[in-house]
Design a protein around this ligand. Structure first.
Ligand SMILES: Nc1ncnc2c1ncn2[C@@H]1O[C@H](COP(=O)(O)OP(=O)(O)OP(=O)(O)O)[C@@H](O)[C@H]1O
Ligand SMILES: [Mg+2]
Ligand SMILES: [Zn+2]
Length: 456
């Protein structure tokens, strides 16, 4: 057999390349490609399957008499919601996030909550000694929760323990520290992380154990990121937040058992993560006097309306290609809207630095945010504050037309609840009721500019 040559694997997305390059073609990540020994493939998969005698598999119909799986709620409503309404038995969940963002804290709190509700729970730490985890538990007031704790990185030993203990739920913190001895690669490498995740997920499915894998989002090349196991698990959650801010957002980006893009909002306190029941109020809490460059967007995150403040700053630039600094919004969307403002409305941003930000650290990725984004930009550029009781939503097309968006009722109800009394939205948006708000339905961005800022 010819000696298999080494391959080059992207630690961000797991794509395999024939040669090294600085940028991954598959996901666009820079400096993420590393050389890795190939997985040796043996057994039937390496031979031709043509004509081989396999076992005939059992086929069934789509109809089922089985009831939907009983879900368990942990009682942390924000966590339960992001899971799609509680924990599904035998499910595999990935929780990714930046180092130090609070993953271990969140999962220790969640696992303790599930344990107190009667699930048999195990927490395996590959990162910290048991004493360290116990100290965290004491600080969080969880020392008496019936969670069994282990500090181990050897996957074989962990699987043997799980086989003997048969818990309902096990947390593996983190998948990058796990070491499967059947794979000849360093812990944290793409093949190790994949093999360990595969073993754990297979175990979960066959033994009815729910497994939560913690994964660090890493910025430098050698350690595989959580994305390489996303396809193996049922549910992918990312824990996000801004450094220096106490707000944390748990976001479902994939969920086989519930709506994706659902968010849970938490606040990091000395006693751990506290749930934030009304995120809109939180995200708008820093709003002071009406100021130019601020627009309130009535958005939807998952199944819930969330109001956020979009902040823009526009200033003369000394650079040949002016700055476009965007935090919490899709920068491609921002470029598109700048281009639409310039070519359809005759409002140029050339020679101007543009800074855009979502207050509170939420990522707003809905196209419905287009109009609020444009409003913040225009308000900053014209130095005119928008009315403080105004919310805005609507998608902008390349022709500058405003496109209706879904769930208008929900958005308006939330705005009304928070004391807003007027809204600007696209013409053609279906709204029944919402009597308490003055609605202005506009056909296009040009009309909006004329309405808000004079003739543009
Ligand atoms: N004594 C404390 N009081 C208040 N907050 C604390 C305290 N100790 C830690 N924290 C907070 O918890 C955060 C770390 O949380 P945690 O260890 O859960 O994060 P993590 O995502 O698991 O990190 P890692 O990447 O190191 O595993 C710190 O950044 C800090 O904000
Ligand atoms: Mg941790
Ligand atoms: Zn890649």
């Amino acid at each position: 057999m010819a000696k298999a040559s080494a391959s080059f694997t992207c630690t961000e997305c797991g794509a395999v390349h024939r040669k090294w390059s600085g940028r991954c073609d598959a996901c666009g990540a820079w400096n993420a490609i590393v050389e890795e020994a190939p997985l040796s493939v043996s057994g039937p998969a390496s031979k031709s399957l043509g004509g081989a005698k396999g076992r005939r598999i059992d086929l069934t119909t789509l109809a089922t008499e089985e009831a939907p799986p009983p879900r368990t709620l942990c009682g942390m409503a924000e966590f339960d919601r992001v899971l799609g309404g509680g924990l599904v038995p035998a499910s595999a969940i990935l929780v990714g996030g930046d180092p130090g963002i609070g993953k271990s804290t969140l999962l220790l709190q969640a696992v303790a909550a599930f344990a107190r509700r009667g699930l048999k729970c195990l927490y395996i730490s590959g990162e910290e000694a048991s004493a360290q985890v116990r100290m965290r538990a004491a600080r969080l007031g969880l020392a008496d929760a019936p969670v069994q704790l282990g500090a181990e990185t050897n996957l074989r030993d962990i699987l043997t323990t799980l086989e003997a203990e048969r818990p309902d739920l096990v947390v593996i913190d983190s998948i990058q520290t796990m070491w499967a001895d059947m794979v000849e690669a360093a812990p944290g490498s793409v093949s190790q992380v994949r093999a360990a995740a595969h073993e754990l997920v297979t175990f979960a499915k066959s033994r009815g154990v729910s497994v939560v894998l913690v994964g660090h989002v890493t910025k430098e090349g050698q350690i595989a990121g959580p994305r390489v196991v996303e396809h193996m698990v049922d549910t992918v959650l990312y824990f996000e937040g801004e450094r220096g801010h106490q707000f944390r957002i748990l976001r479902a980006v994939k969920n086989r058992f519930g709506p994706a893009s659902e968010i849970g909002v938490f606040e990091m306190t000395g006693g751990g993560l506290a749930e934030v029941a009304n995120p809109s109020a939180l995200f708008l809490s820093e709003r002071g006097q009406p100021a130019p460059g601020s627009a309130v967007f009535a958005g939807i995150e998952g199944t819930r309306p969330v109001l956020t403040e979009i902040q823009a700053l526009v200033a003369p630039s000394s650079l040949a290609s002016p700055r476009r600094t965007v935090v919490g919004l899709d920068s491609g969307r921002v470029s598109t809207i700048l281009a639409v403002l310039e070519s359809r409305c005759g409002i140029p941003f050339a020679g101007l630095d543009v800074f855009l930000n979502v207050a509170g650290g939420l990522k707003v990725l809905e196209p419905a945010a287009d109009l609020a984004l444009a409003a913040a930009l225009l308000s900053a550029r014209e130095d005119v504050a928008l009315p403080p009781d105004l919310v805005i939503f609507g998608e902008i097309s390349l022709s500058a037309a405003l496109r209706p968006v879904g769930q208008a009722e929900n958005r308006l109800k939330e705005a009304e609840k928070l004391g807003f009394s007027q809204a600007i939205l696209p013409v053609g948006t279906k709204v029944e009721g919402s009597a308490g708000m003055a609605l202005r339905k506009l056909p296009d961005l040009v009309t909006f500019v004329g309405d808000m800022f004079g003739a543009g």
